[in-house]
Write a protein that binds this ligand. Structure first.
Ligand SMILES: Nc1ncnc2c1ncn2[C@@H]1O[C@H](COP(=O)(O)OP(=O)(O)OP(=O)(O)O)[C@@H](O)[C@H]1O
Length: 330
């Protein structure tokens, strides 16, 4: 790997918060929360990396440190060779951030005004601004929304508006914290397709935190799992599924009730009237199973559900413990 190929470097980073808790009527005690306990990773230019973990694992804290909002307690962070806290203004030009739970748009103003403000803050040259805005408007279907006050937008529309706002200055790196949270299926698809296109065409590096494994499956060739403030897995999604022996679920709606379906490579989890839930190894392809089912039954509907991130991680640990208990050969 070329040295200058690395865009994000995180070495031995920790972050603790001190909270004051009531202890009795008048007394307060200090409690230390270790949000990040020793993070080490690198992200290369142009990579699209999923950053997942259970609630409270330290994902948002990592993004806040990478964007210069929070100072690490110890360790070393570099983005494009710069310290995010010390060189915050310079780095702001090179990065975009979307916090799915919060908007950076002006609530009472039309979307267009927030973009105009971004143009001035980032001093985006006119031609670049027009080109980038046109592109976002087209791909994110924002045309009819530009003159609507942000407070009147649906969650999906607002999120698309936020993503566009983060990209108008054409950042090299984009941090996305739960960009598909609460969105309907259509909005999720639109957001994912757009992000994939931005990454492919402009080589934008993306660090994506999400609770939705479909985001990872469709966008990221690499996934890092963080738990209790440290990276516990770094590899591809199939590897994670393998390690966790996780399962996806086929939800099958038939035209009538039938006995539990016997299909090699699957096991029936539940039967409810004409609907059946079949688990199969997450790393396996659903296509042959669907073809087999379609050949044998009259299907009304069919969908594939990804496992919950929490389950995958729990199984990953269970797998490790089993592995550790196995006798060592030789
Ligand atoms: N400002 C803060 N003050 C005190 N504790 C904090 C603060 N921010 C985060 N924490 C704590 O640090 C830990 C990690 O939080 P963080 O928000 O980074 O997790 P997360 O992985 O993003 O979780 P979630 O998926 O729920 O958003 C949690 O225990 C959280 O309560």
């Amino acid at each position: 790997m070329l040295v200058n190929d690395v865009l994000i470097e995180v070495e031995g980073v920790t972050k603790s918060f001190t909270l004051r808790r009531r202890a009795g009527r008048f007394r307060r005690t200090k409690v230390r929360v270790d949000a990040v306990t020793g993070l080490d990773f690198q992200v290369r230019r142009g990579e699209m990396v999923g950053y997942i973990g259970p609630n409270g694992a330290g994902k948002s804290t990592t993004i806040k440190m990478l964007t210069g909002i929070l100072l690490p307690s110890s360790g070393r962070l570099r983005v494009a060779g710069a310290d995010p806290m010390r060189e915050r203004v310079r780095l702001a030009q090179r990065m975009g951030v979307v916090f799915g739970q919060r908007t950076t748009l002006w609530w009472d103003l039309p979307l267009r005004d927030s973009y105009e403000l971004a143009r001035r803050i980032y001093r985006i040259p006119d031609a670049d601004y027009r080109r980038n805005l046109d592109r976002c408007v087209e791909l994110l279907e924002l045309g009819d929304l530009l003159d609507v006050p942000v407070r009147q937008l649906s969650l999906g529309q607002r999120m698309r508006g936020d993503i566009a706002a983060a990209l108008l200055h054409q950042p090299e790196v984009l941090y996305l914290d739960e960009p598909t949270i609460g969105l309907d299926v259509v909005s999720k698809r639109r957001v994912r397709e757009f992000l994939a296109q931005v990454n492919a065409e402009q080589g934008t590096t993306v660090l994506l935190t999400t609770h939705d494994l479909t985001d990872i499956e469709q966008l990221c060739s690499r996934v890092m799992v963080i738990d209790h403030g440290r990276v516990v897995y770094d590899g591809d999604l199939d590897g994670l599924h393998d390690q966790g022996r996780s399962e996806r679920t086929l939800v099958v709606d038939l035209d009538r009730e039938v006995p539990p379906i016997e299909l090699p490579g699957t096991r029936v989890l539940r039967v409810e009237g004409a609907r059946q839930w079949l688990a199969f190894p997450a790393a396996a392809s659903a296509a042959p199973l669907v073809a087999d089912l379609a050949g044998r039954y009259e299907l009304r509907d069919l969908s594939v559900r990804e496992p919950e991130i929490e389950d995958v991680i729990a199984r990953m640990y269970a797998g490790e413990e089993e592995g550790a208990a196995e006798p060592v050969a030789g």
